[in-house]
Design a binder for this molecule. Structure first.
Ligand code: PLP
Length: 421
């Protein structure tokens, strides 16, 4: 029986609860997301009844080009009608072209790319490359950092709640406070294969490190002969107001991990890209690392179209301008409600509103759902409501989101005051 996108909510809820994730089903319902997603365009999402939502979450950073970006859809459709999956023996033209395009838009001499299907797989590959290239095993990472949930990526991540149930994880990982140069310097030594950092921590609660931190990380790696891996899975492709967040500090990594927006919001794809002298693992054995679906032509043409569209539409610049505007508006909301909002943080359109308590953040998200705005908290810091709309969002829509956010904050405060009485 063909899939019916118009099945009623109760039927979808029952299937999801019985066959996918019972607790998530209850959580989504509790947060007020009682609709089935149906179609979407740009920053607007519609449920099966045609109700419109504004997407302020952007698929956790995937939707930089918005939903169903026409140039990406056109590229994927064209490829789909010619050849959906590659042969794996004839030369993959789309993969070669995407690797060249990534070398063109990334900073420094990053040159070779390996394609995978997710951010976590990109991190796995980068960690393996670091071990191989340095013949060392220790990795320094940041507390509250997030790099994915496969075993290696989880070992690099810095929040105990996601790690403890699966221990022992991969050995050799040391975690230091993010933004603390002295702690990083003390942790990096001649046993360190790599330092892995997000240039701005996303799931940690949208944390921008102090100026000079990435440069200090670069220097510490150079001193110790370790590699600097920058995880730009969430920050990459314009999100923070530059093509890559490391460009704010003029720092070039040895290895960069990519994902999310690389697929243009249409295809899943991840990649790790590295400087040429580090690609030795494939010189020794071209199949030392491999992936059945990695580099498939549908994902690669989406990646090429995504990069081209990001450059042609000036989306990093747009993120910088709209982001500054949104941040100032959010700060005005924060200034009006200092009893519940502790801070507004971030760069470009990677913003976070930090509430004084995770429960307040949760109630505000539920209030936004009632007002038809899709929002969520950051995974490693539930007090922070993320603000990551598509970079193509119209300015008026962005202003509307902030108005609805303030309404939701006011409603939450009234509710809390009612409970206290
Ligand atoms: N790295 C960073 C910085 C991320 O934000 C994420 C996901 O949020 C990942 C890696 C993992 O990506 P994925 O969920 O595609 O495996």
């Amino acid at each position: 029986m063909a899939f019916d996108p118009n099945r009623p909510f109760d039927a979808v809820f029952a299937d999801y609860k019985t066959h996918v994730n019972p607790s998530m089903a209850d959580l989504l319902r509790f947060m007020g997301f009682e609709s089935v997603e149906h179609h979407a365009l740009g920053a607007r999402v519609y449920d099966a009844e045609g109700v419109e939502y504004i997407d302020c979450l952007g698929g956790f950073g995937v939707m930089s080009l918005g939903h169903c970006s026409p140039p990406v859809i056109a590229a994927v459709r064209d490829q789909l009608e010619r050849m959906a999956m590659g042969t794996r023996v004839l030369f993959p033209g789309a993969q070669a072209a995407l690797a060249r395009r990534i070398a063109e838009v990334t900073p420094g001499d990053l040159q070779y790319s390996f394609f995978v299907n997710s951010g976590a797989e990109a991190v796995e590959g980068a960690l393996k490359l670091a071990r191989f290239a340095t013949r060392r095993t220790a990795i320094v990472a940041a507390l509250e950092g997030f790099h994915g949930k496969t075993l290696g990526a989880l070992s690099a991540s810095g929040r105990a709640v996601y790690k403890a149930p699966f221990e022992p994880l991969v050995p050799g990982f040391v975690h230091v406070p993010f933004g603390d140069v002295d702690a990083l310097d003390a942790a990096v030594d001649s046993s360190t294969a790599a330092v892995i950092l997000e240039p701005i921590q996303g799931e940690g609660g949208v944390i921008v490190p102090p100026d000079g931190y990435l440069a200090a990380a670069r220097a510490a790696c150079d001193r110790a002969g370790a590699l600097l891996i920058l995880d730009e899975v969430q920050t990459g492709f314009g999100r923070t107001g530059r093509m890559f967040a490391c460009e704010h500090e003029g720092v070039c990594p040895d290895v960069m991990t990519l994902g999310k927006a690389l697929g243009g919001g249409v295809m899943p794809i991840g990649a790790f890209t590295a400087r040429p002298h580090l690609w030795t693992m494939f010189a020794e054995n071209p199949l030392l690392h491999s992936s059945t679906f990695g580099g498939n032509p549908l994902a690669c043409v989406a990646g090429i179209a995504a990069i081209d569209t990001t450059v042609e539409q000036g989306l990093p610049e747009r993120a910088a301008t709209l982001g500054a505007h949104a941040k100032a508006s959010l700060q005005r909301v924060a200034d009006a409600h200092p009893d519940v909002i502790a801070a507004v943080r971030g760069r470009g359109l990677m913003l976070g509103v930090s509430f004084t308590d995770p429960d307040i953040g949760g109630l505000v998200i539920a209030g936004l759902a009632q007002r038809r705005v899709l929002a969520a908290y950051t995974l490693n810091n539930p007090s922070v409501v993320r603000f990551q709309p598509p970079l193509v969002i119209e300015e008026e829509l962005l202003d509307e989101v902030i108005r609805r956010l303030e309404d939701s904050v006011v409603q939450t405060k009234e509710m809390l005051a009612g409970l206290e009485e």
